[in-house]
Design a protein around this ligand. Structure first.
Ligand SMILES: Nc1ncnc2c1ncn2[C@@H]1O[C@H](COP(=O)(O)OP(=O)(O)OP(=O)(O)O)[C@@H](O)[C@H]1O
Ligand SMILES: [Mg+2]
Length: 277
């Protein structure tokens, strides 16, 4: 098969009948750096997570079927150039923007506590495939994506509704889903269809029993890797080199860290979906 695109995690191939084959690899990145060591079974978790959401959420989507433990066949779409982000918590780049006085979709006048739950989930779209994703206003989003107002409203309403459903299921399993990113595209009939992937690389999960607002919350799946990178001083190196616009060479991840990472991906999948891997 012809490789069409290689992302940080997925490899996309041209399949028969013009369809696309997504290969979810075991690659991992952190602090915007890609690591040379694969995480056992990560690709499988990503693939099965995406399959779970595509088959159980009420939204037309691009999945045709899963064809291997880490491969999914999807319909080709004309992608809408937006990352449809929904946030349920005051966290991440939303908090950074608010704290630096930049515009946000928040109506709050006073600064919410870090990681606190928002009154209601907000739609916070960004541009796609720029070096850094940039938040956009409704008007900009409509222009960039070449869509109508009505289509924008559909994206916004659908994204918020899907987030609510996903976050309810996560919370029933003891997790908080603080935010999620969706991508949509137009199918051959001109209908808007949910696309790309839905898994731990698209949403942030916090363990509910460890949740305490007012500080940084550890992301359930990647925390093990981030902690190790801080301990070894690699994170400091990332920050120092970033000042010069450079990136360090990623170290190999030791076996015990890989093992724990792998276990966490599997645990999140099995508890949120109620399925065995
Ligand atoms: N059904 C589809 N038809 C056509 N393109 C799609 C479809 N679903 C997703 N895509 C696009 O395929 C690409 C998948 O790439 P992938 O997510 O692996 O890497 P990336 O977005 O380039 O980088 P990153 O690793 O940061 O996500 C994205 O550009 C995505 O928008
Ligand atoms: Mg992507």
């Amino acid at each position: 098969l012809k490789l069409l695109h290689q992302g940080k995690v997925k490899d996309v191939y041209a399949a028969e009948d013009g369809n696309l084959l997504f290969h979810f690899t075991d690659r991992i990145s952190a602090f915007d750096v890609r690591f040379p060591t694969p995480v056992p079974r990560k690709g499988e978790v990503l693939c099965r997570f995406a399959e779970y959401w595509f088959t159980t959420l009420y939204a037309p989507n691009h999945m045709i079927r899963v064809v291997d433990r880490d491969k999914m066949l999807v319909r080709p779409l004309k992608m809408i150039g937006l990352e449809c982000v929904v946030r349920g918590y005051f966290y991440g780049s939303l908090a950074e923007r608010f704290n630096s006085g930049l515009p946000t979709p928040l109506s709050a006048k006073t600064r919410p506590e870090l990681a606190s739950r928002l009154d209601h989930p907000i739609f916070d779209p960004t541009t796609k495939s720029e070096e850094h994703d940039r938040p956009v206003t409704t008007q900009e989003a409509i222009e960039i994506a070449s869509i109508t107002h009505k289509q924008y409203d559909y994206l916004s309403e659908t994204s918020v509704r899907l987030y609510q459903e996903m976050s309810d299921r996560a919370s029933a399993a003891g997790y908080i889903m603080s935010d999620v990113k969706f991508e949509f595209g137009f199918d051959a009939a001109g209908d808007i269809v949910l696309a790309d992937s839905l898994g731990p690389d698209e949403f942030r999960l916090w363990k509910a029993s460890d949740y305490s607002p007012g500080k940084i919350q550890d992301s359930y799946d990647k925390q093990i890797l981030r902690d190790w990178l801080v301990e070894t001083g690699f994170k400091r190196q990332v920050d120092m080199l970033a000042a010069e616009g450079k990136k360090p060479t990623a170290p190999a991840i030791p076996q015990n860290i890989l093992q724990k990472l792998s276990e966490r991906y599997i645990a999140a999948y099995e508890s949120v979906t109620g399925r065995d891997l």
